[in-house]
Design a protein around this ligand. Structure first.
Ligand code: SF4
Length: 483
């Protein structure tokens, strides 16, 4: 039996978002608002979800496998999460295996009391730290990186919880945006290079932090600013205060957040995703023009870049592909497999738009190319006379160690094939990618961004035996078909 996994965002065949975090302090409906925030952040992880809430002395925690709507189905679940502060998490397992034991937030009791934590990112030295701690007698209940930080906090000899967190995070290398909840505080922390986004908003009675600002909009909270790289931001009844990890001026904001992961209605890294994504499409049109009758997007994640491409090239934008948003897990018996059936379940063509036309198809990135190849078949079957592919990012050639599921180089078509070979595999009339230079120029200060999956220029040391350490000797490779 083969299966079909619907991601709520994007169309990539082999690329998954990492996770999302949310935290709120000073709101009587803290858990309910966290639930709404997680709903907005569902595109960043669909495997599990959880909320921890505090009423100032007791903690309550609920987490489960599946989408936010099913984990928190029934009003009694949220009613049981009492208190004025809460943190939440949606997860896709880029580290550790998928399973309830790895769902977050993680709640522990230690010498300083209780603390809950939720994390987005990957630590590159997690394997080494875990091994050392296990040799010293530590027992881990999960295989996720986040538990390592909680162990480090519990071992810290510092006086305040903020200092304990700083003491622990100084030992960590890699990408992290954390939210912590103690009985009296919400604490947010971002790694010194700032890989993953994390923003701060103001509510009527307090503050909120979230991976993306779209989670602030849904609870009508006002966007204030990013949590800064290296900042440990502490919020309690007396207001907010910050301490900072040692930082250099170097930044490594994940450029893929602009290309694909974040929602276009979000502000991340201080800029509007919609604006940057449109500009990527415009730069692509300048670099790789095409004689065509219309521009279509692979919905939904390439819509915005396609609008930019169409605008700049003065070619009409049309909706030529319709995506079925209601695809859950669909089990298909092997004998039911027909050519392109997998992709037909998720997409259909608008033949009246495509028939007899020379079409530019804009895609945000190509990982394996299998879905795109099937889509091109469908577009031709709908009567298009030419199909030209334009990609609003450079070829993905290297793995990501910072929380995005691009871990296996063998799965990346561009790692072993030329652009012409990829075009031939896709059966497209032409294929062009955005250049690395064009991408970096479009986002502003290109030197502030990580672009390692395109260039191999990693901003940190890279771990040896990455896949083996995280997924085990016999584990399934982390890149899987997520169509
Ligand atoms: Fe983002 Fe790519 Fe860097 Fe990973 S390697 S953090 S996906 S830019």
């Amino acid at each position: 039996m083969s299966f079909y996994h619907e991601a709520c965002h994007g169309t990539q065949d082999g690329l998954k978002e990492s996770c999302a975090v949310f935290g709120i302090f000073g709101d009587r409906e803290a858990a309910r608002k966290t639930y709404l925030g997680l709903y907005s952040l569902q595109h960043r992880g669909q495997e599990s979800a959880g909320i921890a809430a505090s009423d100032g002395c007791t903690f309550s925690l609920h987490k489960g496998m599946g989408l936010v709507s099913s984990v928190f189905a029934g009003s009694d679940v949220l009613d049981a999460l009492q208190g004025n502060s809460a943190i939440g998490h949606t997860r896709y397992s880029t580290t550790g295996l998928s399973g309830l034991e790895n769902a977050q937030p993680i709640l522990i009791r230690f010498k300083g009391g209780k603390i809950a934590a939720a994390h987005n990112g990957n630590m590159v030295n997690a394997g080494e730290l875990r091994r050392r701690m296990e040799e010293e007698g530590s027992i881990f209940q999960t295989t996720s990186d986040s538990e390592i930080v909680l162990h480090l906090i519990a071992r810290s000899k510092k006086d305040t919880i903020e200092e304990m967190i700083a003491d622990s995070l100084e030992k960590i290398e890699g990408a992290y945006s954390f939210v912590f909840l103690t009985p009296s505080k919400l604490i947010a922390a971002r790694d010194p290079l700032g890989f993953r986004p994390l923003c701060l908003g103001k509510t009527q009675g307090g503050y909120v932090v979230a991976s993306e600002s779209c989670a602030l909009d849904i609870i009508e909270s006002e966007y204030m600013r990013d949590v800064m790289p290296g900042e440990i931001l502490s919020i309690d009844a007396s207001g907010k205060s910050s301490i900072y990890l040692p930082t250099s001026s170097r930044r490594a904001f994940c450029i893929f957040e602009y290309i694909y992961f974040s929602r276009p209605d979000s502000i991340i890294f201080g800029d509007k995703v919609d604006k940057i994504r449109r500009s990527l499409g415009k730069t692509l049109a300048k670099e790789a023009p095409c004689n065509a009758d219309l521009v279509i997007a692979v919905p939904d994640s390439a819509n915005t870049a396609a609008l930019g491409y169409a605008r700049k090239s003065a070619i009409r934008f049309e909706i030529g592909l319709i995506r079925n948003h209601y695809v859950g897990r669909t089990f298909i018996e092997p004998h039911q497999h027909e050519r392109d059936l997998d992709v037909k379940i998720k997409f259909n063509t608008v033949s009246g738009v495509l028939k007899g036309k020379r079409v530019v198809v804009v895609e945000d990135s190509i990982v394996r190319g299998t879905t795109l190849r099937q889509l091109i078949h469908l577009i031709r079957d709908a009567g298009a006379v030419e199909v030209h592919v334009r990609v609003s990012s450079p070829p993905v050639v290297f793995p990501c160690y910072y929380g995005i599921d691009i871990s296996n180089r063998k799965e990346l078509i561009a790692a072993s094939h030329s652009v012409e070979e990829i075009r031939s595999y896709l059966e497209a009339d032409s294929l062009a990618y955005l250049s690395v230079e064009g991408m970096l120029k479009t986002v502003g200060d290109g030197s502030a961004y990580c672009n390692a999956c395109f260039t191999g220029d990693y901003p940190t040391v890279t771990p040896k035996n990455f896949n083996k350490e995280r997924f085990g000797e016999s584990a399934i490779q982390p890149i899987s078909d997520h169509r």
